[in-house]
Each structure stands twice: as C-alpha cells, then as structure tokens.
Design a protein around this ligand. Structure first.
Ligand SMILES: [Zn+2]
Length: 298
C-alpha cells in the first residue's frame, strides 16, 4: 500500500508562507493498493492537486472516494476535481447518511446553483453513491470498514485492509466523555448511544477499530491546553492521538487535520512534544506529522 497526502489542514484552507511545509489544503489522502487501484479519503481542497495529477496521465479512472462527513473542509474540493468532468471515468462515493439527508444530496447540495455554477448532474463521469453505516465492504482487492466517530452531527472513520496490511483514517474525532456527551448534545443521538453502551472507556470502540494498524492517520487539531476551550467541537489534542496509537498497538501514527491557526513552527512543536511523550512513556510506535506531498509506503 502507498499513501500520499494532498491536504492535511483542518477546517479551513490556510495558504501562505507560514504553512508551506505542512500545507494549507484541507483533507484529502490518496491510497494506492497493490495493483495501483485508487482509493481517496475525503474531498477537501487537496483533491484538486490529485485531480490534476490524474488528468496528466490521460488514463481513464475507476476509483473509490470515501467521505468522512460533509463538513465544508471535507467536501469543498469535490467540484474542483477535474476527473469528474471526463466521461469514461467512474467513481463510487462512500459515506454516511441519515434518514433525512441522503449521501447524494449532501454532495449535490453544495453544488446547488446558489452556491456553485455547475450542478452534480452535469458532471460527465459515472458517479455511484454507496451509503454505509458501521460495516465492512469489499473495494477492489481490499476491504473497507467504517465506524462512527465522535464529531458533531455524524462522521465516519475508515479502515482499509489488504493482504495483511492496514491503514486507518480518522480525520475528525474527539475523545468521548460521558459527562460532555450528556451536556453538549451536538452528536447524532444514535451514535452517542453506541458510545454510552460501552462498558469502561467508551473510546475503546476506536482503540479496537484501529487495532494493530500499520498506519493510523488521526485528528490532532489541538494541544491539550487549547482543547480545554474547544470541548464539544469534535476534535482531538495530541495526547489523545498518542493514547489511541498506544492502546490500539499501531505501528505508525500520523498527526492530521492541523489546526488552521497553527503555522509550520507550531506543528513542529506539537510533533516534538509527541516524540518526547513517546520516549517518556516507552510507547512503541513511530510518529510523524502529515505534510502535503508526503508519501509513505509499506
Ligand atoms: Zn474537518
């Protein structure tokens, strides 16, 4: 498996000289399976660069696009993904939906002519929608599992397994706390029920989902100090990312969804604090911070 990061920033694109090293585009991660089959996680603004690279090959594309959730930063780049405008290309879009808001509608609503000049039904590629809940589906030679994470409204984390290798992508997720869940009430109540039903630490759901992964890409928006003022906003601080990686026994943790106000030096500082914690606590995994253009292979 190969992974390439096209967008690593959370919430809002942050172009400028202060963010050139880690990047200013919002979430988009390209995964290549053994036969070069393409799976993309999220359609943040980073997907535009991926689209341009794919167009340059001139080949027709058959790919899966797994959307974590329809907050702006995860779908904002979709209408700018040029392969969608080419007939002969085929995309299957995977994501969660609710009874009142279907997956197709979430994508088409942002392209409503009030917001965008081109409509979903004008795109030339063949686009299928495959709504999922917590389940495992086959895609190419791999399987893709999904889990509801703790994020306002609803959001999914994903796990790709292929030939004994695995990658977990959890772009937006907050430590689940029973007291906060009872008072904040901004997460779909069926999802909250799933967490409340866990005996012991409700975050065990996430630890189990990420168990033994070769790579865990996880929301690391805040420092613990910043998190105190953002409880209920749906994001993690780095100590929680480290805890998941340790509890799940993953091999590599990739810090992701960098806070929009953090410049490159701040991300460096967070990474170096993580490496310090890993040494102090004798954790056994590698840790790196996602950067636009970074590629990993394993
Ligand atoms: Zn996000």
């Amino acid at each position: 498996m190969k992974v390439k990061f096209w967008g690593t920033r959370g919430s809002l694109p942050t172009p400028g000289k202060e963010t050139v090293r880690y990047g200013g585009n919002t979430p988009c991660v390209e995964v290549r399976l053994h036969k070069n089959n393409l799976v993309v996680f999220d359609a943040g603004t980073g997907i535009r660069g991926l689209g341009d690279e794919l167009m340059a090959t001139g080949e027709s594309i058959k790919a899966f696009l797994a959307i974590s959730h329809p907050h702006w930063d995860h779908i904002h780049g979709f209408p700018f993904f040029k392969p969608l405008y080419i007939s002969g290309n085929e995309f299957t879009i995977i994501g969660a939906q609710t009874r009142n808001l279907r997956l197709r509608q979430m994508i088409s609503d942002q392209m409503n002519k009030v917001y965008f000049p081109i409509q979903l039904n004008e795109l030339k590629a063949k686009i299928r929608f495959h709504p999922v809940r917590e389940e495992t589906i086959p895609i190419f030679e791999a399987t893709l599992s999904s889990i509801y994470v703790n994020h306002p409204a609803f959001a999914l984390g994903y796990r790709l397994n292929v030939g004994g290798k695995s990658l977990v992508y959890i772009s937006d997720n907050e430590p689940f706390d029973r007291e906060v869940a009872r008072s904040v009430k901004n997460v779909d109540k069926n999802i909250v029920e799933k967490y409340l039903a866990v005996k012991g630490d409700p975050n065990q759901r996430i630890f189990d989902f990420a168990r033994g992964a070769d790579i865990l890409i996880h929301d690391t928006t805040y420092t613990p100090e910043e998190y105190v003022n953002h409880v209920g906003w749906g994001h993690s601080h780095y100590l929680f990312s480290l805890k998941i990686a340790d509890e799940a026994g993953v091999k590599r943790l990739v810090l992701f969804h960098h806070e929009q106000s953090h410049n490159d030096d701040k991300v460096d500082e967070i990474l170096s604090k993580c490496l310090g914690e890993i040494r102090n606590r004798n954790y056994r995994f590698e840790c790196l911070a996602a950067a636009e253009g970074m590629e990993l292979e394993w």
